[in-house]
Write a protein of this length. Structure first.
Length: 112
C-alpha cells in the first residue's frame, strides 16, 4: 500500500490486526469483500490506549503515595529504634555511675 505512493519513502509502524484481535477485538475490522482483509481502527485503539495510560497513571499515583507513606513510617521506626538504643545506653550509663558511686562509698568506709 505504501510502496508506490508518497508515503513509500517514510518508515511506518503499525500493528498486526490478528495480534491485536487477541486482546482488543473491538478495534479490529474486517473488510466485507471476499478477501476478508483485517484492519485496525487506530482512532479506537488510541482511545483505548489513552484510557489505559490514564488508569496506569492513577495506579502509579496511588503506589507513589503508598511508597511515601511507607517511607515515612520507616523513618519513624528508625528514629524509634535510635531513641530506644539511646535510652538503653543512658540506662547503662546511669547504672554504671550508680555502681561507681557505691564503690566510692565502700572505698571511703574502708571496706574495699
Amino acid at each position: 500500500m505504501f510502496r508506490r505512493d508518497v508515503e513509500a519513502k517514510h518508515q511506518r509502524f503499525g500493528f498486526i490486526a490478528d495480534e491485536i484481535a487477541v486482546t482488543l477485538p473491538e478495534v479490529v475490522q474486517e473488510s466485507s469483500d471476499e478477501k476478508k482483509i483485517k484492519g485496525i481502527a487506530y482512532q479506537d485503539l488510541i482511545a483505548v490506549m489513552v484510557v489505559s495510560v490514564q488508569s496506569l497513571n492513577s495506579r502509579f499515583d496511588e503506589v507513589e503515595g503508598l511508597a511515601a507513606a511507607l517511607m515515612s513510617r520507616l523513618v519513624a521506626l528508625e528514629e524509634n529504634v535510635k531513641m530506644k538504643k539511646l535510652q538503653d545506653w543512658q540506662t547503662v550509663m546511669n547504672r554504671l555511675e550508680n555502681l561507681e558511686a557505691r564503690l566510692t562509698k565502700l572505698e571511703m568506709k574502708g571496706l574495699l
